[in-house]
Design a protein. Structure first.
Length: 369
């Protein structure tokens, strides 16, 4: 063990056998295994348990700075369902002169009626608004394999023989994508990189050799502390993470009506006459309509039971909802609750107040759909 540096094939960290609570621990008996993974990945894989380990923001920054210093192709993955929440705002400062391909993953979640060409156009527009000029934009479903082959070909074309860095926020499906790409490039059929519903699964730079001597690097998922995922437990995360095509839910609202998204977010329609609103959230998340004047009391009395997640046992620790006001000036405007979904205001002239747990982002944008 002293001379040889071993890495976990699940998350890429350096393996150590001394300290059980530190990152990269594996029992000495595991070292002889053909596929060596750290204890954290082992537990995640076999028991679906997550172990807390520490990797600081500084470590992430070091890795990102390294990308700017090298001549490489950057593949940036975002979750198309949580575009704003999974964006990584500072990335364009880190990539230096390198070309970026922007990839929207989880396209299978959006209604089939939405045309990919429209989504790609929207992504290009939104990227430029956010300061990034990608060389090209792709839509994929890593889970279903949709668009992966085309993207693999594009990566091979655009990298011009250079290394490739795959970057993304946690939970965008980066590991799922990398596993598919490995299959595409190498024909290996077993998943080698750990994937899970828990944010923050991939911990270190994973070097995946390409056959011409260059590498594809899977960088750690960057934790975005403003994601709704950090405010729910495992059961809650399952409820808010859509697994199937989202069925839009349309509400005709009068002024003074409120929608609760479980107990995690709230949408108050303040003024603007009777209007229609379309909600895009996980099909499993309950949307509860009530009168604005009764909304506070309803929350006080029923958060954790009628309004969930959070669940009863979590209510005490759950942060209070904070509000933000929006004036909708154009038809087809989305109010986005980061990591939860969005509400499309179909007509202009509505005054809205959005409530989320303190720390979760709410933004307004031109409608995605
Ligand atoms: P990472 O943290 O970015 O490496 O993300 P993972 O690959 O671990 O995936 C996070 C979650 O998103 C898991 O629950 C995956 O099953 C899910 N996921 C990944 N790709 C897709 C996809 O294309 N469509 C859908 N619906 N879910 C996906």
């Amino acid at each position: 063990m002293e001379n040889q540096v071993l890495h976990c094939q699940g998350c890429g960290v350096k393996i150590q056998t001394e300290n059980k609570t530190e990152i990269g621990y594996a029992p000495p008996s595991a070292l002889d295994r053909e596929v060596l993974i750290c204890q954290r990945c082992f537990r995640l894989k076999h028991y679906n348990e997550i172990q807390d380990v520490s990797l600081t923001d500084d470590d992430f920054l070091k890795i990102l700075n390294g990308i700017g210093d090298s001549d490489a192709l950057v593949v940036k993955i975002v979750d198309i369902f949580d575009f704003n929440g999974s964006w990584l705002p500072g990335l364009h400062r880190f990539v230096g002169k390198n070309k970026v391909l922007l990839v929207g993953n989880k396209v299978d979640l959006l209604p089939k009626s939405v045309k990919n060409s429209k989504l790609i156009h929207w992504m290009k527009y939104s990227a430029s608004q956010l300061g990034l000029k990608p060389k090209d934009v792709y839509l994929i479903s890593a889970a279903k394999g949709e668009g992966v082959q085309e993207l693999a070909a594009a990566i091979d074309f655009h990298r011009e023989g250079k290394n490739v860095y795959v970057v993304g926020c946690t939970n965008v499906g980066k590991s799922t994508f990398i596993n598919k790409i490995i299959k595409e490039f190498s024909g290996v059929t077993d998943d080698v990189i750990t994937t899970s519903q828990f944010p923050g699964t991939t911990l270190d730079l994973i070097d995946i050799p390409l056959d011409d001597g260059t590498s594809l690097f899977d960088t750690p998922g960057i934790i975005n502390h403003h994601q709704m995922a950090h405010f729910v437990n495992e059961k809650g995360l399952k409820m808010i993470s859509p697994r199937k095509e989202i069925k839009p839910r349309v509400f005709q609202l009068n002024e003074g009506q409120t929608l609760y998204f479980g107990g995690l977010a709230r949408f108050d329609y303040i003024s603007g006459g009777r209007k229609s609103f379309t909600c895009y959230v996980s099909n499993e998340l309950n949307i509860h309509r009530t009168k604005l004047e009764k909304a506070d009391k309803l929350y006080e009395d029923h958060v954790g039971e009628l309004l969930f997640p959070p669940f009863e046992e979590e209510v005490k620790e759950f942060p209070p909802l904070v509000k933000q006001e929006f004036m909708i000036r154009e038809a087809k405007t989305d109010i986005v609750f980061h990591g939860l979904g969005w509400v499309t205001c179909n007509e202009p002239g509505a005054k809205i107040v959005a409530h989320v747990p303190k720390g979760v982002g709410v933004t307004i944008r031109q409608s995605l759909i």
